[in-house]
Design a protein around this ligand. Sequence first.
Ligand code: PLP
Length: 457
Amino acid sequence: MTGTTQRTTQDWQAADSAHFLHPFTDFQGLARKGARIITEADNIYLRDSDGHRILDAMSGLWCVNVGYGQRALVDAAATQMQQLPFYNAFFQTATPPAIALAEKLAEVTPPQFQHVFFSGSGSEGNDTVVRMVRRYWDVLGQPARQVIISRHNAYHGSTMAGASLGGMSGMHAQGGLPIPNITHIDQPYWVEHKLPGETMDAFGIRAAGWLEAKILAIGADKVAAFIGEPVQGAGGVIIPPATYWPEIQRICDRHGILLVSDEVICGFGRTGHWFGCETMGFRPDLMTFAKGVTSGYIPLGGVMVGDRVAKVLIEQGGEFEHGYTYSGHPVACAVALANIKIIQDQNLVGHVHDDVGPYLAEAFALLGEHPLVGAAETCGLMGALLLVQDKATLKPFDAAVGIGMVCRGHCFANGLIMRAVGNRMIIAPPLVITRAQIDEMAALIRRCLDLTLADVR
Ligand code: PLP
């Protein structure tokens, strides 16, 4: 049976485990448990194949910024599919939606960005970054500038280049990663690295200094770029001190190194500005985006190329031997335009910055009083709760307890999607969330924390 309706959950699960290799999944473990089958969604709520209503505090995979069920995106896709479902951007051709989206992105991104290179995903966007920064230095006659510096526990995607840029040890352990000339410094995570008595500001400066030390160790004439997420998402919503990114900027400027902001999660309003670099106060040369550009309704990604790089590639670079079949896919671009129109018309960035972002911070501050929570942190509509065994000392639970997974299990059972990253429970709800829905989400989180506490005490 291959239809998509009228099947029981058990039937779906059997077919799923027989044929579908899921991403980032222990295949046998999933086969034993059976996948949760999500069948429909509206606003910030999902429904599964057993009819349960679930509050999606993760926006799918950090992407459904405008929420589910936005008719304008569906209509944009349908209209474009009828008119021109596909044409490529190779060989000196273009389509109106791709051109219009390039123009729109130049409008909503910081002023140094007037050009875009489209990809199909964030990982592909970061592959483009690697190709592009190395090409830039080649064209400038400095081919030795090959090394790209990233951070441990960063996530930059799952292709060879994306996973190499990323700093996930589990990913590096499989398949011979990272590829050559990609190296990592520590993340600016205060729980792991801040010294007793050190202020957050001082810690931020010191953590940025790890970049300078690495550059000096390698030799600045060999370093092409530094890449980072303004706020590390998949690593557990690691929000750097306010001093960190401006200092990173100064270090990159001092050594002439390109600064790349991976905005795949932080872009399109998530942090309370259009882009995370604006929230964190730095001025990147390149910016990777995906997810929120279409709110995940259809795949699309890309790289915003700042004037410094664009000028060299355009005026001196000749042909850039790189591109994807779906670079500038007209249907994806039409959906992105409709999505950005909603973000603008509904002032969702202002909604996050002035209203629900601060409201979430208040709700998290209250959750921070829970006996299991050692720290509650937010940035716009990203949030993390650090689960600890001892609130006063932040002593962590033994890893064998799997505290995050225990809590996540309660979330699933109670109609809430939250993600567990080690001992951090994280959220990134759709930007359309209201204050009343934040209250509802916070009450669910509190219930799940209570249930988790009952399990471990
Ligand atoms: N960069 C960041 C910061 C991400 O969070 C992700 C995905 O979560 C990616 C890149 C990869 O994007 P994609 O999964 O669309 O390839």
